[in-house]
Design a binder for this molecule. Structure first.
Ligand SMILES: Nc1ncnc2c1ncn2[C@@H]1O[C@H](COP(=O)(O)OP(=O)(O)OP(=O)(O)O)[C@@H](O)[C@H]1O
Length: 242
């Protein structure tokens, strides 16, 4: 049997200088093709957990493994390479490169990862066709594709960030509040695209949102405060528990 896409054991993480753990989670795993809705009040550690799943942050104790290997086993540039190959990340602030065109932003993962490039070619015939297909699917008019990313509206940038995360079918797709700038109609299309792409390609999806109406679309729903022991051990979070 193949290893889970993500497996977390005895995780503890503290931000430098914080003096207490932000996260303490005993176990969590996610298999290929499964989708997880992660929620909890502001400040409970959702984005921090996503950073650990993506190997951007490293556990203080315990392990976070991607496809059976702990992130800590890969050093420096190798870790960045593994992330480029296997993780598509839709950031809360999109993190598009503002001076690059929309199309070049979407193509970026295929320039950074030969595995993503090969998968895109296999699926669509060429990396450009893969990017065009995703841009069509997110409903971005063709006239916008050569524009600098900074010239798009916030909702358009959010959709381009999704296309960039999905190109080349990474094993793990992480989405941090990806629908916050979308109206109701666009949100439905966006969710169809994101879930459809991940399910069709058998990829794992971790999706953070405060919009609990979306939870029913996912295989699993996880309240972070229910599994994060650091919240009872350390300082309280802001806002009400959901
Ligand atoms: N770069 C950082 N340096 C130090 N502390 C941080 C950093 N980022 C987050 N924190 C702290 O970690 C805790 C969890 O923050 P995090 O952003 O993970 O919460 P969240 O659940 O994603 O919140 P939100 O729903 O508002 O995005 C907070 O107390 C926050 O202040």
């Amino acid at each position: 049997m193949s290893a889970p896409v993500i497996e977390l054991r005895g995780l503890r993480y503290a931000w430098p200088g914080a003096g207490h753990d932000c996260l303490a989670i005993d176990a969590l795993s996610l298999d290929a093709g499964s989708t997880l809705f992660l929620h909890g009040p502001s400040g409970c550690g959702k984005s921090t957990l996503l950073g650990l799943l993506a190997g951007v942050l490293l556990a203080r104790e315990g392990t976070v493994s991607l496809l059976g290997t702990p992130w800590s086993a890969w050093l420096g540039a190798r870790r960045d390479g593994v992330r480029a190959d296997h993780v598509g990340y839709i950031f809360q602030q999109f993190n598009l490169l503002p001076y690059l065109s929309v199309l070049d932003n979407v193509l970026l993962p295929c320039r950074l990862s030969s595995l993503r490039r090969e998968r895109a070619v296999q699926r669509s015939g060429s990396v450009h066709e893969a990017a065009h297909r995703l841009l069509r699917d997110i409903g971005l008019p063709r006239g916008h594709w050569q524009r600098a990313a900074s010239q798009l509206s916030v909702g358009q940038q959010q959709r381009v960030a999704a296309a960039r995360a999905l190109i080349g079918q990474p094993d793990l797709v992480i989405a941090d509040e990806p629908t916050s700038a979308l109206d109701a109609a666009l949100r439905i299309d966006f969710m169809d695209l994101l879930l459809g792409e991940c399910r069709a390609a058998g990829r794992a999806l971790v999706f953070v949102s405060h919009d609990e109406r979306l939870a029913g679309l996912f295989d699993r729903r996880l309240s972070l405060p229910h599994v994060n022991r650091a919240l009872v051990e350390g300082p309280a979070t802001e806002g009400a528990v959901s």
